[in-house]
Design a binder for this molecule. Sequence first.
Ligand SMILES: CC(C)(COP(=O)(O)OP(=O)(O)OC[C@H]1O[C@@H](n2cnc3c(N)ncnc32)[C@H](O)[C@@H]1OP(=O)(O)O)[C@@H](O)C(=O)NCCC(=O)NCCS
Length: 162
Amino acid sequence: MSEKYHSETVEIRLAKPSHGERMADMSRRLIEEGLPWWCWTPKRIARVIRSPDTIAIVAVVGKKLVGFAVMHFDDEHAHLNLLAVEPPFRRRRIGCELLQWLEESCAVAGILSVSLEVRANNATAIRFYESLGYKKGERIAHYYCGKEAAQRMTRQLGREFS
Ligand SMILES: CC(C)(COP(=O)(O)OP(=O)(O)OC[C@H]1O[C@@H](n2cnc3c(N)ncnc32)[C@H](O)[C@@H]1OP(=O)(O)O)[C@@H](O)C(=O)NCCC(=O)NCCS
């Protein structure tokens, strides 16, 4: 990563429909790479940006969108659908900031746990989630396009009040 990138401020904002194409491109290149078909197409991302049950956020440096995350909310549970940071901007805690931003929204919404699935061979992402308190759960065979296994991970955020 260049010093220039390193010294620039990162802003986390709500995603707009106009970010959909770029987020979908990042998903294909950085998350879905090598899978037989593209699940998170521009159309699908545009739909989730507009959905009342989903929060989509972007990390911006200057005018460049360098990271994004999408989380779906149920009553007491949230599911992280997507999270990625462009390679030149990694290891400067942008992934961490995106996830913590969403977890703060979870706390406000009374969400008790967050789960996600990650490609089982994605050791970097698994280490990243473990560093943020996520625990490995079941391994789900053929989860991605009927081909690749997923590792489910979960973090408990709070306790139910009795
Ligand atoms: C996973 C990903 C989002 C992490 O983003 P990031 O901004 O680089 O992560 P952060 O800088 O916030 O890292 C936080 C901590 O996670 C761990 N971590 C992150 N990347 C790591 C790596 N390559 N190796 C080991 N630990 C790592 C470290 O503990 C790190 O803290 P440290 O830098 O102080 O040691 C990024 O690597 C990515 O976009 N990967 C491709 C897409 C993907 O796999 N998404 C997740 C599945 S949906």
